[in-house]
Every structure is written in C-alpha cells, then in structure tokens.
Design a protein around this ligand. Structure first.
Ligand SMILES: [Zn+2]
Length: 462
C-alpha cells in the first residue's frame, strides 16, 4: 500500500471512530470465516437464520402471518432446508407492502429508505440501517483484499448510475479526492471523453478500475483501434451487468490487467465475487443464504435456476427468500484457492435476459454473445423478444456490416435456433444504454418462471 493510502487509512480510522473500527473489524471477521469447514459454516448460518426469523416474526406482521401460514416456528427451526417452507418474496410484494416490511423497532427513523434502479427502470424502495450499510462496505474491503487492493488506494470508476457519479458540492468533490476516487460517466462515452480517460489513467495511475463491462469493452476497442496503451492497474472489477467471456478477454488483452467479476445489488451489497483463481464467484454465505431454484426445487450444480437471497444481516427490513430477478448456476466444486465459500459457476444475468423458444427451450444470452463476437463489423447488438415466435435484433456496426451480412445473420440465427423462431435483424446507428445505464444485450418480455411453473428447460448448447 502507498504511503498516502496508509496515512489516509489511519486518518479515516480516527475520524470515523467507532464506525471505522466496525467496518475494518467486520472485514477481518469475514476474512476469518472464509476457510471454515462446511459444518461450521452451516451451524453459523443456522444460528443467524434462526435469529433473523425470530426477529422478523416478532417485529413484522407480514412475516408473522407468512410463517404462521407455512407452519414454520422460528424458535424451532432445526435445519436450513426448513427455510424452503416459506414462499419466495416477490418484488411486487415489496412494492405493495413497502414500509410495512420494516421492523417495528426500526420505524423511528433508524432505517433509511433506499431505492434500486433495476434493469427495467422501475424503481423499488427498501430500507436499511447503518449496521447494514457498514457491512456492505466491509464486504467490499473483503473481496478487494483478495486481489491486493487496499483501502485508500486509487480507484477509477467508469460508472453509469447518475446518483453514483454525481458529485454533491465542494464537500463531495473534496471527499472523492481524499478518498482517491475518480468517477467517469460511462453513459455517454464519446471519443473525446475516451481520449481524456487515457490521459487520466496514464497520469493518475489508479490501482483499481471499477466498471460496467460494456463500457470498458467500448473503451478497450477505442484504444485498440487507435493503437493506444495505458498504465495497467493492479485489477479491474466488473459488475452491475453480465460479463461475457469474450468481453473479459478483450478487456484483459488491451488493459493488461486481470478482470474480476462481482455480483451484487443495492438491496444486499456484494453477494458473490471472484478470487484470483477465477473458478467462479465465491458466494458470501456468511452474510446471505443464496438458493438457486429450478422448477420450484433446489437446482443441481450446473443447472440454471432463479436466485433467491435471504439476507442474514438486514434487521431493518428482513429480506427472506427474495426473488432478486437474476438467474444463476451453482458450481458444486471447491475453489483451488482454499476458501470454502461456495461458488457460482456463473451468474447468468437478469431473468428476462434469456430467450425462450416455442418448445420450452431456454436460450442463454451467451449464445448471442458468442455468435456476434465472431461477426465482422458488429460493434454492439441488442436482442428483443416480444413474442414467443419472433425476435428482433438491433445491430450497430461499421462499413463491414452490409445489408447482405444482416440477411445472412438472420438466416444463420434462425437455423441455429432450430427454425422455431423468426429473426429480424435491423441495422441502427446507435444502441444506447438502458435507463439503468446497463447495455442490456438480451431483453425478453416472454417470461420464464423457474420458481413456480414446472417445465422442461434445456440448454441448447448441450
Ligand atoms: Zn477461490
């Protein structure tokens, strides 16, 4: 760690007092739990789950009713499996019940309202207290340590969400400077802004770049086309949208630094993150119970399903078996790094980011990512499914993207999708990010339900 980093960390600890101690203490405790044997982790989770359920039963009428209806006695819960007696909590329920879901003893103002953007742009309000906010900060320190980034070292954010990138007044500006953070808006990355970013990176030399993968890929392409090079950071952290293997390769090749994938959400902070072994994303199971459900049952390792999250630490507004809206695949393997935190083989992305075919086949977004990566002239694409039998593909490209190429792509896609669906490719000048700032490669309005409706889903690549 740099001298500035050490000094800043020391001063911050003094200034932040107990909060600072709490954050660093929590991060150290999390690191200590990373190597616990499986039975010790289960015992830890069960103890935390019991405490959370008892609290929710006592303080939130919604949960009391739900547990009574399910016949779940929180004082007697003896295994993690009993959690599945409760039906999953939906976003619609969170929207409908709002503040009723806040625990009674937190309604005096201790819990602060927060809001998620969501990739569909429809905001969702939820409540957190300071303890939970500090735990989220500690979880960030935890995984950043895995790749050698210390608190107080330089971080460049290439980020989209306005509330994150906007600086509030001189104090905000000063705070970011002291914290050694620089923020670049990923929403509209013009060539001029990308040139300025090259200069910033070379002069300021951040230890870490945190970015949306789509924004960083655009930047990597810009650099490659112009034959530019930049100072290589120690690590690159990608989150907030799906990181495709092709994007990772392209970013790593140009920026000459390893990419780490992180999965989290506003409601929960970090849920899982990659370690330097890159064998999947370690699930922070000491903070959350993460389930992957397929056809209403726990998914097998390697099988895609919907992710349900029970946050073990948010007492202000308990989230129990929450349908976060993402699909994931558990690995079932142990990571060679030695950490016993279980692995996601892959976080597939939003549950509307898969294509569903008339025969019930679910096509993973990677199918399109792989297809378009090998098409000359294609810069960006977006696949939109509005009906079960047809799909629209918007393509942004250069002079190599001719009308003939588009027609060939249509044919090839229809063929590869088993002739079940009509494909319409349209060339567009510009594919803009969604209101959330994410690029959204595949958006389907034809819902697939992994939690409620039994059906036969299969991966077309198998
Ligand atoms: Zn690992």
């Amino acid at each position: 760690m740099s001298l500035y980093g050490k000094t800043y960390r020391g001063l911050w600890r003094l200034r932040a007092g107990r909060t600072g101690q709490e954050i660093f203490g929590q991060a150290a405790a999390m690191v200590a739990r990373e190597h616990l044997p499986a039975d010790a982790v289960t015992a830890y989770q069960l103890e935390r789950l019991r405490a959370l359920l008892k609290h929710a039963y006592r303080q939130v009428p919604f949960w009391r009713d739900r547990m009574d209806e399910a016949g779940l006695d929180p004082t007697r819960i003896a295994s993690l499996e009993e959690l599945a007696l409760l039906p999953p909590l939906t976003k619609e329920e969170v929207r409908k019940h709002g503040k009723e879901l806040v625990a009674e003893s937190y309604r005096d103002g201790r819990a602060r309202a927060n809001v998620t953007g969501g990739s569909t742009g429809e905001p969702l309000r939820f409540w957190l207290d300071d303890v939970q906010a500090n735990l989220s900060r500690a979880a960030k320190l935890r995984y950043r340590r895995w790749y050698g980034h210390g608190f107080g070292e330089r971080v460049l954010y290439l980020w989209g969400a306005h509330r994150d990138t906007a600086v509030r007044g001189l104090r905000g500006w000063l705070r970011r400077r002291l914290r050694q953070e620089r923020w670049v808006n990923a929403f509209h990355l013009t060539p001029e802004e990308m040139s300025a970013l090259v200069k910033t990176l070379n002069r300021w030399r951040p230890s870490l770049i945190v970015a949306y993968p789509s924004a960083l890929q655009a930047f990597a392409r810009f650099m490659r086309q112009r034959g530019l090079s930049v100072y290589a950071p120690q690590a690159i952290e990608c989150s907030a949208e799906k990181l495709w293997p092709e994007q990772r390769l392209e970013i790593e090749a140009v920026l000459q630094a390893p990419v780490f994938d992180v999965y989290g959400s506003r409601e929960f902070g970090t849920i899982a993150a990659e370690c330097p072994s890159h064998e999947g994303l370690h699930i922070f199971n000491d903070l959350h119970i993460v389930e992957v459900v397929h056809d209403g049952h726990p998914a097998q390792p390697g099988e895609v399903g919907e992710i349900l999250v029970t946050c073990l630490t948010n007492y202000a507004m308990p989230f129990i078996r929450y349908r976060i809206g993402d699909l994931g695949i558990l690995s079932g393997e142990q990571c060679s790094c030695g950490r016993t935190l279980p692995l996601f083989k892959e976080v597939v992305g939003r549950s509307n980011a898969v294509l569903s075919l008339p025969d019930g086949t679910v096509v993973h977004g990677a199918f399109f990512s792989y297809f378009f990566y090998h098409q000359p002239g294609v810069e960006r694409y977006r696949v939109r499914q509005r009906a079960k039998t047809s799909v629209e593909v918007l393509v942004q490209g250069d002079h190599l993207l001719t009308t003939e190429r588009l027609a060939q792509m249509e044919q090839e896609l229809e063929h590869r999708l088993g002739g079940q669906i009509q494909v319409h490719c349209h060339r567009v000048e510009q594919i803009d990010p969604l209101p959330s700032g994410k690029l959204g490669y595949l958006l389907s309005e034809v819902a697939v339900d992994f939690v409620n409706i039994p059906s036969e889903h299969k991966d077309p690549r198998q």
